[in-house]
Write a protein that binds this ligand. Structure first.
Ligand SMILES: [Zn+2]
Length: 122
């Protein structure tokens, strides 16, 4: 875990916060708890981030050109983001701001990522 790029860690924190905001409002969970459904979603999202080929080159998941989520999880992500996205500004302005900046990074295609990496190592 510790070798993970701050970019990915931040994305995890953001999605974790968003899932909590959404779950609290829609499923009546309290404190740090998530309902089984949202827990499953969050674990899935973390797993995808661990496997994300972009890592530090990553834009935000919403802008990514590689759709790595399975359709069902993608739908859930959309619903959670739509609800929690605007509310993040109230709950965690710092994280929300970072997310806006991260989202400004141009999303790369896998081909562009390869070219970029090849350039770096040569
Ligand atoms: Zn929930």
């Amino acid at each position: 875990m510790s070798e993970q790029h701050p970019r990915i860690k931040r994305e995890k924190k953001t999605i974790d916060k968003m899932a909590h905001i959404y779950c609290k409002a829609h499923h009546g969970t309290k404190g740090d708890k998530l309902c089984p459904d949202c827990t499953e979603f969050l674990e899935y999202a973390f797993m995808r981030l661990d496997k994300c080929p972009f890592q530090e080159e990553k834009s935000t998941c919403g802008k990514c050109l590689v759709h790595c989520y399975q359709p069902q999880m993608r739908e859930k992500a959309k619903v959670i983001m739509r609800y929690s996205g605007p509310r993040m500004l109230l709950h965690s302005p710092g994280l929300a701001l970072h997310h806006v900046f991260d989202g400004r990074k141009k999303p790369l295609t896998l081909k562009e990522l390869k070219e970029k990496k090849a350039k770096k190592s040569s």
